[in-house]
Write a protein that binds this ligand. Sequence first.
Ligand code: FES
Length: 185
Amino acid sequence: MAIIGNPKYADRIALHLSKYPDKRSAVMPLLYIAQEEYGWVNDDAVNEVAQIIEIDPTQVRSIAGFYTMYSEKPKGKYWLQVCTDLACALRGADEFHHELLHELHIEEGGTTEDGMFTAEHVMCLGACDRAPMLQCNFHMVEKPGGLTMDDMRLFIEKARSGDADLQALIAEWRNLVNEHLKTFE
Ligand code: FES
């Protein structure tokens, strides 16, 4: 679809624009929204963001190209990012990352043939206490004690059976995390 005129994003776009005295400053959050809609920062995404903040598309593209959190290539429906930075590496993130690629039959940064999953490793995601840390479409996926490959096989199975099933699994794990955190109160 599009982000301009799309009721799904209208409030978020208005909110970001209201935060800054100069609307050009909203370029990065608007790029996130456009990436969410299109799955990557394609020409339509660039042009729409440029139109909203009234700058040249070339300027928007240069910002999108500079930051690694924006993708200039199509991604799978589920963009998986495994942190392999120090704290996660100490808890087996490298093995976890390699096993995940093996499970999905892809290379680093690749996308499965069915277009469902893209997987890559990234630097610290700021959740080192939950290592090995995984993000899916920029949302943390966490479980007490950290994710295992058995968890990931279940994650993949649920994603393939439908997004509602996957979201239910993620919510179930998040509840476990919350229960676990209460034991420290
Ligand atoms: S080192 Fe992995 S989240 Fe910080």
